[in-house]
Structures are given as C-alpha cells and as structure tokens.
Write a protein that binds this ligand. Structure first.
Ligand code: ADP
Ligand code: MG
Length: 262
C-alpha cells in the first residue's frame, strides 16, 4: 500500500491564497512519515487531499496508484485508518461501541460482528491503554482518554495505512511516548505505512523515517530528520530562536527565551 501526492496545488474557494502549492509526498508500507509546520501551513489540507476528500486543482493524489477521490469510501476505510484532528459529533456511545465502529468497513451490509471483530477491538483497546474504560460513556472521558479511544478505533480497523492528524494532543508523557512506540512497532513489525501530522518536532525526529516541513502551503524541506531539522530551517519556519542537540543520532530542538529588547 502506498499513498502519494505529486506536485499538489489546492485552494479553498473562499480563500485568496493557495493552501498548498507544489507539494509532493510519498508514504509506503513500512514507512513512518511525519508532517510538520506552523498553524495554518496546510497540514490538514494535505491530509484531506491525500484521502480524496478534496480534489487537487493541479497535480495528483493517489492511493495504491488510483486517484484518492476515485476510491469507494468503504473500500478506502478497509485499508486506511484515519484519526482526524477534530470530531464534533459525540454520539451517546460507550467506549467499546465506539471502537467497534472501526470494524464496520469489514462487515457486509447489516453483517453481524464476528469473533475476530471483537478480538480486534480488544487488541486495540489494550494497545491504547483504554481497556479499563471500555464500558464508560465517551462523553465522560477526559480529553486524553477520548483521544486514545479515537486512536483505538482506527487501530481496530486493522488498516494497511494509518493517517493521524495531531494525535498526541492532550496526551500525557507516558501515553504520548506510548503512542509513538506503538505506531513505530506497527510500522516495523506489521509493515504499516504511517502519515502523522504533529507539532512535536522532537518526537517526529526520534521516531519518523522522514519528515516533511510545510510553511505557507509549500514544502520547505523533506527527508531524514537530521537533514530537514537544522537550526536555521527550524528558526526561520517557526519564527523562534532554538538550539539543536542530538540524541540517538536524531536532532532534538530546545526553544530559547526571546532576547530581551535593548
Ligand atoms: P494546518 O493544519 O497546518 O494548521 P490547514 O490545512 O487546516 O492548516 O489550513 C491551511 C490554510 O487554509 C489556513 O490558512 C486555513 O485557515 C485555511 N483553511 C482551512 N480550511 C478552510 C476552509 N474550509 N475554507 C477556507 N480556508 C480554509
Ligand atoms: Mg491542522
């Protein structure tokens, strides 16, 4: 399975400027790609184009060689798991039912859940450390607990590609590290392909095979973390002074205090 953007341009109808200009990206099986960039740089738009929810004005977006927008949504849902940045409708549901929804693309119309569906749900609940919450109503969960349930729902799908938009938001240290370790493990052991949007430059640098840095809808740099995340590039894209260090051969960023004005 692969996901590919080639030279994509996209502009929202109401907007005066392009949201994406000439952006290319490829995610293959067994590869973890992180997308970084300031607020409004086009990260979520890139994911929408990659999944065929938006059609590029120029360039191409393909999943396994077929234009993303041409995929039947149910067939796409069998192979691509998605954790969107936001979800507004909180159905009156228990956690277990919510995660079971991830199995629906695999069921025939009106199909009964099978033992393997319940087993996949159980594995996903465990992987995201929410087994103890299985019988809770979703609206009673904390932000971080709900986030882990949404990730569990995507994992229950047992996708070949996983697309996550800022999944680490509201997770505590252990659960955020746990998420990155989990995703990395799925990539290495099961050959999952992962596209993850994140604001955590350091975790992206530690865990991803390659990073794409966006700014104002354009790809500033892409490639191995050590090649992309240099002090000069990070400072100019995020407009903040930083220093870079190295841990386990990966660049790590420490933001500096602003210089006092003279
Ligand atoms: P990011 O995810 O990097 O924060 P987005 O891809 O959500 O950025 O947005 C990129 C730009 O497109 C922003 O300027 C944003 O305001 C704009 N934008 C996003 N969605 C819409 C929309 N539905 N209509 C008009 N402009 C939009
Ligand atoms: Mg976004």
């Amino acid at each position: 399975m692969s996901l590919k953007l080639e030279n994509v341009r996209y502009a929202y109808a109401a907007a005066g400027v392009d949201a994406l200009v000439g952006v290319s990206l490829a995610v293959d099986s067994g590869q973890f790609v992180a997308v970084l960039g300031p607020n409004g740089s086009g990260k979520t738009t890139l994911v929408r184009v990659a999944l065929g929810a938006l059609i590029p004005l120029a360039g191409r977006a393909e999943i396994d060689g077929t234009p993303a927008a041409d995929w039947k949504r149910q067939e796409l849902a069998r192979v691509v798991g998605v954790v969107p940045q936001r979800e507004d409708n909180l159905f009156p549901q228990r956690v277990r039912e919510t995660v079971l929804l991830g199995r629906y693309p695999h069921l025939s119309l009106w199909g009964q859940e099978r033992a393997e569906d319940h087993a996949a749900v159980q594995r996903a609940l465990g992987a995201c450390d929410v087994t103890h919450l299985a019988d809770r109503w979703v609206w009673t969960l904390s932000g971080g607990e709900y986030q882990r349930v949404r990730i569990a729902r995507a994992l229950a799908q047992e996708p070949k590609l996983l697309v996550l938009d800022e999944p680490g938001v509201s997770l505590d240290l252990r659960h955020e590290m746990g998420l990155f370790e989990l995703v990395r493990g799925l990539v290495d052991k099961q050959g999952l392909g992962v596209l993850m949007i994140t604001h955590d430059l350091n975790l992206a640098a530690r865990f991803a095979d390659s990073v794409l840095l966006l700014n104002e809808g354009r790809a500033i740099a892409s490639g191995a973390p050590a090649q992309v995340l240099t002090r000069h590039v990070v400072e100019s894209v995020f407009s903040w002074p930083v220093v870079m260090q190295t841990i386990d051969g990966r660049p790590q960023m420490i933001p500096l205090r602003q210089e006092p004005s003279a």
